[in-house]
Ligand binder design. Structure first.
Ligand code: DAH
Length: 355
């Protein structure tokens, strides 16, 4: 038997076994590599007598082809097998039930901040923010609040150091100071955010929310303030008519100052806003005191304007029928599920910003 046939028989037998990729490649190089058995047969060509050479070449090429075909076929088989394995392992079972997940709810305070920001932005107010940790100057002094003012009392204010230089802001009014110190008039801003006072009962929490408003320009007077608040309250409570009254009051940073009450009635234990003979206080406001303007380098003989501060939590309670303020901050998921807002269920008249 010629060498060629021996090689063929030997390797066909080997290739018939159950081989992995490495062994097949090993065989491939044993046969066709630089010193491979088939390659070496080709090298013999020159020493074969001329009359036998044609047949030798013919037989050798046949064997080469046959072995190559078997090897290619085996390689293909392994490749297909590997692809099938991969497909099987990575198969997605579309019949599996979905994983359980909780869809979050928007907290009523966030919802109301969105609504308020949207309503005021429609009449030209931009939204500003200030830090919760304030200095004494921005929170009190710049706002014309003298050293002996009761608002500075330890019972109301959370001071953060012995020297009483830093505190948790007791209202959003310091954002007025920051805004005016950081820019040039006119100013037309609102500033929603967290505020802090040492107080806790059914309608007070040590942390609560306010929105500050400030409009300073050359010809701003109290009727602008009244018109702006009237518009806001009607839009917010989604009513056409509102009963609103300005009650004289005092704030160090405004002169004159007022508190605003809105009319309501009780029907079946529910508060109906807009009419009725009962009054509910919802905000403080006034014309910005000239001393405040001086403190922030605005000339009060050229510029004047109004400011207001609204309790956001109170508005949220009124609009959405929530009667205990403390529940807002207890992070009870059942409460949030009940009073919160579905982020994907956007009502057609929704006017908030962040959804
Ligand atoms: N900062 C006041 C408070 O927390 C509310 C307030 C009243 C803000 C009158 C104002 C204002 O801007 O003009 O009680």
């Amino acid at each position: 038997m010629s060498d060629i046939i021996k090689i063929k028989d030997e390797y066909l037998k080997k290739l018939n076994e159950n081989l992995d990729l490495i062994s097949i490649n090993q065989i491939k190089s044993e046969l066709f590599g630089k010193n491979g058995k088939v390659s070496n047969e080709f090298k013999k060509m020159g020493s074969i007598p001329a009359e036998d050479r044609k047949k030798f070449a013919y037989d050798l090429n046949l064997v080469k082809e046959e072995l190559q075909n078997v090897i290619e076929k085996k390689l293909k088989e392994i490749e297909t097998h590997q692809i099938n394995l991969k497909l099987q392992n990575e198969k997605v079972d579309v019949t599996l039930p979905e994983r359980n997940f909780n869809r979050g709810k928007i907290h009523p305070v966030s919802q109301v901040i969105d609504e308020i920001s949207s309503i005021f932005s429609e009449i030209g107010f931009s939204v500003e923010e200030g830090p919760d940790v304030e200095n004494e100057y921005n929170n009190f002094t710049a706002l014309n609040t003298p050293d002996n003012h009761p608002a500075r009392d330890m019972h109301d204010t959370f001071y953060l150091d012995k020297k009483k230089e830093f505190l948790l802001r007791t209202h959003t009014s310091p954002v007025q100071v920051r805004t005016m110190l950081g820019g040039k008039p006119p100013f037309k801003i609102i500033a929603p955010g967290r505020t802090y006072r040492s107080d806790s009962d059914q309608t007070h929490a040590p942390m609560f929310h306010q929105v500050e408003g400030l409009h300073i320009d050359k010809n701003i007077n109290m009727s602008h303030l009244k018109g702006c608040l009237n518009y806001f309250i009607k839009e917010f409570f989604e009513v056409d008519k509102i009963k609103m009254r300005f009650r004289p009051s005092h704030f160090p940073f405004t002169e004159p100052s007022a508190e605003v009450d809105i009319g309501y009635e009780l029907k079946d234990g529910k508060i109906i806003i807009g009419d009725g003979d009962k009054w509910l206080e919802i905000l403080g406001c006034g014309m910005v005191h000239p001393n405040v303007l001086k403190n922030v380098n605005v000339d009060p003989s050229k510029y004047q304007g109004y400011a207001f501060g609204i309790g956001i939590d109170r508005l949220a309670m009124l609009k959405y029928g929530i009667n205990d303020l403390r529940a807002f901050f207890e992070t009870d998921y059942r409460w949030l599920n009940h009073f919160g807002f579905d982020p994907l269920d956007v009502p057609s008249n929704y006017r908030g910003l962040s959804r």
